[in-house]
Design a protein. Sequence first.
Length: 152
Amino acid sequence: MKLFIAILIPLLVGGTAGFFTASGVDGWYAVANKPWFNPPNWIFAPVWTTLYIMMGIALFLVWKSDADKTVKQTAIILFAVQLTINFFWSLIFFKMQQPGWAFAEIIAMWLMILLTIIWFGKISSTAAWLLVPYICWVSFASVLNYAIWKLN
């Protein structure tokens, strides 16, 4: 049951954020100037779904661990904070149409993901490694966000 809940949490957050993304993709984003390396729109949903599942598995590994209570609580709080920031990026970028503010926000997200990886690593190296593709994708998304901000 913990595994199901741990995977469901990021999927629900991502699905809800996807609502804001969908409305923005068909709106201003469709006509916004984008850099040459902008991936096709269809790639984002499967990538994010995969990343959210991996995040959920990582959360499960930390949640079920016998790690020190304080370390475990800190790791889960960091996870919750980065996931909250993840949610608000879609709102800021797509719904509010503020790529500059979204860029500042995605930098904060990247830092929180890094802290989460470090704390997850204190509990489970597998959990930490499961978040590496996520920080890599957010690194790419940061560059993309910056380019879109500057082009528009």
